[in-house]
Design a protein around this ligand. Structure first.
Ligand code: SF4
Ligand code: MG
Length: 314
């Protein structure tokens, strides 16, 4: 609700604050139990920061995160730890997120130790079972991260996230570092696990094709704002926001007859330390009107379940 994350910019030898990077600048949305909510946007749009705010890996500058009726932003750190058992993150680069000096058994045991789960023997059994669940085996337990392929490492990253039996998984570009042939295997695994463990996913990606494959609903972010949110089908078949339209027009479709005419965006993404006034997209929007330059459009539900922030729909 109203989430903001502004990072101070400091400069000069005195390190005085010279401004703010408005990484997330007032975002509100809901994640429904059991769904996959995709969040898409170009790099720097604030989608990863939003993911970290949801898990309170970052504290928001403003706004609230409410998880199962519990307000996380005001929780004490000790209580955050308890909640964190229920919510885990899967990262883009499994190699960077796995300790190279620990074998797989130790990597997967760690979240159990942190949360005081099980005896040594029980933890070992849980680790071996989880390896099977993600398509590896107990045989891999004594190996080290560098002995695995990229796809296998992501399976280990997924296993680690699942060790505490969380309810919510934030997956930040989980397949972006993988070969295309491996991507669909990992996506299928994530879908199987969602059914098996009744997981709720927030799936963050710059790749609309990947998000479409896996999401029930999709939110589109631009420069720290969410500009559109709807069922996947609606987003892909009738996007309302000019930015969503432009993003989609660049995605190749299998049948050229259905290829949208490509909308080429003018200019670069403005800096999040100095975002445009009014609608943050107005400097690149082909449908920009006078009001867009001065007034920020509200993020509103204009059809059932279809939210958009754009003056065209007011
Ligand atoms: Fe374009 Fe105006 Fe809509 Fe922004 S509010 S997307 S500038 S039409
Ligand atoms: Mg990112």
């Amino acid at each position: 609700k109203g989430l903001k994350k502004h990072f101070p910019i400091t400069g000069g030898i005195l390190g005085k604050k010279t401004g703010d990077v408005k990484a997330v600048d007032g975002v509100s949305f809901e994640v429904k139990k059991g769904e996959t909510l995709g969040i898409v946007g170009e790099s720097g749009c604030g989608k990863s920061t939003t993911g970290k705010l949801l898990l309170r890996l970052l504290d928001p500058t403003e706004g609230q995160v409410i998880f199962e009726n519990q307000e996380l932003t005001t929780l004490k750190n000790s209580d955050v730890r308890k909640v964190r058992k229920e919510m885990q993150m899967i990262f883009q680069d499994p190699f960077a997120s796995l300790n190279p000096r620990h074998n797989v058994e130790k990597i997967l045991e760690e979240p159990l130790l942190v949360h005081g789960i099980g005896s040594k023997a029980e933890r070992r059994k849980m680790v071996h079972e989880m390896l099977e669940v993600v398509g590896l085996s107990a045989y891999h337990a004594k190996r080290y991260p560098h002995q695995f392929s990229g796809g296998q490492r992501q399976r280990i990253g997924i296993a680690r996230a699942l060790m505490t039996r969380p309810k919510l998984i934030i997956a930040d570009e989980p397949v972006s570092a993988l070969d295309v042939s491996i991507q669909s295997q990992v996506l299928n695994l994530l879908e199987d696990l969602q059914n098996e463990f009744q997981l709720t996913y927030v799936f963050i990606s710059h790749d609309l094709g990947v998000v479409r494959h896996i999401s029930d609903r999709v939110g589109v972010m631009y420069l720290g704002n969410m500009v559109e949110l709807a069922n996947s089908e609606d987003i892909y078949s009738r996007p309302l926001h000019p930015y969503t339209e432009a993003l989609l027009s660049a995605v190749p479709v299998p049948d050229p007859e259905f290829q949208r005419e490509q909308i080429v965006l003018q200019g670069d993404i403005p800096s999040p330390s100095n975002p445009p006034t009014g609608c943050a997209f107005h400097t690149r929007c082909g449908k920009c009107m006078d009001v867009c330059r001065t007034t920020r459009p509200e993020f509103k539900e204009i059809e059932s379940g279809h939210f958009v922030a754009c003056h065209l729909y007011e």
